[in-house]
Design a protein around this ligand. Structure first.
Ligand SMILES: [Zn+2]
Length: 105
């Protein structure tokens, strides 16, 4: 028997929690957050990470700029340059890779 750390119920399930609701509502510890943050910084230090971050920040600043213009009441044309034509078929809509599967990256 295990005791669920969230609600204190006894259970025999895999993992420390009695069910999905308790497992999903768990709070991230500061230690875990620090570990994730360190991992991300490590990744950003690699050339690939730097490129990814650069692309992401370019995109974000562009969006923010457009939002600021919209707030100012200016009409912003949508920019078709970065809009990719993504073919969507019913076949590949259900074949997203697993979260842990990075082979497609
Ligand atoms: Zn529980």
């Amino acid at each position: 028997m295990k005791i669920c750390p969230k609600c204190g119920a006894e259970h025999k399930k895999r993992g420390p929690f009695c069910g999905y609701s308790c497992a999903n509502s768990r709070v991230q510890s500061d230690e875990l957050k620090a570990q994730k943050s360190a991992k991300l910084k490590e990744y950003h230090a690699t050339p690939e990470g730097a490129a990814t971050r650069s692309i992401a920040s370019d995109f974000a600043s562009r969006l923010n700029k457009n939002k600021a213009l919209e707030r100012a009441g200016e009409y912003v044309l949508s920019d078709p340059d970065w809009m990719l034509d993504i073919p969507l078929t019913t076949d590949n809509m259900h074949t997203y890779p697993d979260e842990d599967d990075t082979s497609w990256l």
